[in-house]
Design a protein around this ligand. Structure first.
Ligand SMILES: CC(=O)N[C@H]1[C@@H](OP(=O)(O)OP(=O)(O)OC[C@H]2O[C@@H](n3ccc(=O)[nH]c3=O)[C@H](O)[C@@H]2O)O[C@H](CO)[C@@H](O)[C@@H]1O[C@H](C)C(=O)N[C@@H](C)C(=O)N[C@H](CCC(=O)O)C(=O)O
Ligand SMILES: Nc1ncnc2c1ncn2[C@@H]1O[C@H](COP(=O)(O)OP(=O)(O)OP(=O)(O)O)[C@@H](O)[C@H]1O
Length: 507
């Protein structure tokens, strides 16, 4: 794939992004050199050739990266600032991230137009709902569905690799989309993080279906959002960038979402677990915690009323399942594909279940903020009212600091035993983090233990659990590493640690 400088000039001028060109230390508005083909794009100076267009972007970008690349032969750079380097051409723009998105989508020949693109946003449930949707669309399209999720990415519908970010940089996004198209994919499911809008990773992309799952305070910190208002604002930009929306009426300040969607004339379906004003609601089947009935409040225009089965415990997963059901119907799946896909969906590290040799229930779940831990423990308490809840949990170092107090608050209310441990401590001392959680557990009846070694903490929980009790191992899901002092230190994963220990008990 290639793109000419003339085309780039045209694109940047149309979007009013071009400031000037730098050529032989002089500045120009019109392209000062002959039209040339750009053969590659990169935002990493370590990965450029002479004909690459190099994007100078990022908090930690240093001029020396560009200098080194130019010394090695790089001819073209694009940046918000002119640099005194000996390149052939500098393209100076008002917003490098918007320019990168725009140039990338055209370089990769607008792959989004050859795919049905589905975008999930929300504080919680993006990965789970993306997986439900993937399983349904796999049924409907015979595995022609690509997916970009926090954990895993697949561009051929079948083979997965680990994702670097929830929503990739625009350049990577369009490269991956183009690969999905060349692999014959018809649909693409994406998780759209608030950072994706804040950093213009999805600038100019229109989603065929956008889904707003929920919002709660999270991701506030130095490299994320300054305030909850900024976080919520970034998330809801998905609405104006979608052709159709699926909205959860239980979302905080739902009227705002509704007004925004209606004012932009975007058709939408609203769903809820409780609100009878929504287009669709669900309720748990009386005879099974893993089955639920979907009902339309007026016309069943999507033809989805009926009973569905899922494998994932927790009421929040019925919310996720209904959102996916509505989404896939909009995207053209049949009701049969939806029934089958929902019934088969498993998500690594989300509500994974094990049974202790004494019969106790063990859940491994990725809950790592206030609302997800609260939902998880509320579910465990209501599903096992006669037993104790033993919770193994830590909180990350260097970010999400407010989660420590939040966890203390939830544990005080909803657990019987709290085993506080390490969870990606980063540069901080995990014992200090555990002490911070502990000091926020304002309930003397809660038994507390601090066991910094996560493997030992899980083993301790499994060694004290009674037959009617439940163990909840929260926070890391299937993560196979602990972030410690800047190093991804290998870790077996919560599920495997629990599974191995159970095996030793059986022998
Ligand atoms: C705040 C943020 O989103 N930062 C992301 C962003 O960083 P950045 O653009 O500021 O770039 P940088 O890492 O400071 O580096 C500067 C630039 O120099 C370049 N470089 C570097 C070295 C060199 O020799 N030559 C060179 O050219 C780098 O390629 C880079 O382009 O772009 C980088 C990749 O280009 C990301 O790795 C980085 O993610 C950071 C690590 C991160 O943790 N981001 C989180 C907050 C995030 O985005 N999370 C959301 C999910 C949130 C949720 O759970 O909902 C996500 O979508 O993943
Ligand atoms: N709809 C929901 N509402 C509240 N909590 C949920 C919901 N769905 C899942 N959860 C909880 O949040 C955890 C993370 O779920 P999931 O990975 O699907 O969400 P996510 O939005 O991708 O999260 P993250 O942004 O943290 O990667 C689950 O393990 C579960 O505890």
């Amino acid at each position: 794939m290639t793109l000419t400088l003339n085309k780039i000039d045209d694109l940047l001028k149309k979007e009013d992004l071009l400031k000037e060109y730098v050529y032989q230390n002089n500045w120009y508005y019109n392209l000062p050199i002959a039209n040339t083909e750009i053969k590659e794009l990169s935002y990493d100076s370590r990965n450029v050739t002479a004909d690459t267009l190099f994007f100078c972007k990022g908090l930690n970008f240093k001029e020396e990266y560009l200098e080194k690349a130019v010394d090695a032969g790089l001819k073209f750079y694009i940046s918000e600032n002119p640099y005194e380097v000996n390149s052939k051409l500098g393209i100076i723009v008002t917003d490098i991230r918007k320019a990168m998105a725009l140039i990338s989508m055209h370089f990769y020949e607008l792959p989004q137009e050859k795919l049905t693109v589905i975008g999930f946003t929300g504080t919680k449930g993006k990965t789970t709902a993306a997986y439900f949707t993937k399983f349904i669309l796999d049924e409907a399209t015979n595995n022609k569905t690509a997916m970009l999720s926090t954990m895993n990415t697949t561009l051929d519908g079948v083979n997965y690799f680990k994702s670097a970010l929830t929503t990739p940089e625009s350049l990577d996004l369009y490269k991956m989309m183009a690969e999905a198209v060349s692999n014959g994919m018809s649909h693409l499911i994406m998780e759209v993080s608030s950072q994706a809008y804040k950093l213009n990773r999805v600038y100019g992309l229109t989603f065929d279906v956008g889904i707003f799952l929920n919002i709660s305070p999270d991701h506030i910190g130095p490299i994320e959002h300054p305030t909850f208002d900024d976080y919520y604002y970034c998330k809801r930009r998905l609405i104006e960038n979608s052709k159709r929306m699926v909205l959860n009426t239980d979302t905080k300040d739902y009227p705002l979402l509704k007004e925004l969607t209606e004012s932009k004339n975007i058709p939408y379906y609203a769903y809820s677990s409780t609100d009878k004003q929504a287009d669709y609601t669900w309720e748990t089947a009386v005879d099974s915690l893993l089955e639920f009935n979907v009902q339309s409040t007026h016309e069943d225009s999507l033809d989805i009323n009926g009973r569905y089965k899922i494998k994932l415990m927790g009421d929040f997963n019925k919310d996720n399942a209904l959102a996916s059901l509505i989404t896939t119907k909009i995207a053209g799946a049949s009701k049969e594909a939806a029934e089958k896909g929902l019934a088969e969906t498993l998500v690594p590290g989300r509500m994974e279940h094990l049974t202790h040799p004494n019969g106790a229930n063990i859940f491994v779940d990725y809950a790592h903020n206030y609302s997800s831990l609260k939902n998880l423990l509320s579910f465990a308490k209501s599903a096992h009212p006669d037993g104790k809840i033993i919770t193994v949990i830590g909180s990350t170092g260097d970010k999400g600091v407010s989660r420590r107090a939040d966890f203390g608050k939830v544990l005080a209310e909803l657990t019987d035993v709290a085993i506080l441990t390490a969870d990606d401590p980063g540069s901080e001392n995990p014992k200090d983090i555990a002490m911070e959680i502990s000091s926020a557990i304002d309930n003397k009846d809660i038994e507390q233990l601090i066991i910094v070694d996560r493997v030992e903490a899980i083993q301790k929980a499994l060694s004290i659990v009674g037959e009617k009790d439940s163990v909840i191992i929260a926070g890391k899901g299937q993560d196979k590493y602990q972030k410690i002092k800047g190093v991804d230190t290998p870790y077996l994963g919560d599920y495997s640690v629990a599974e191995n220990y159970i095996e030793t008990l059986k022998n």
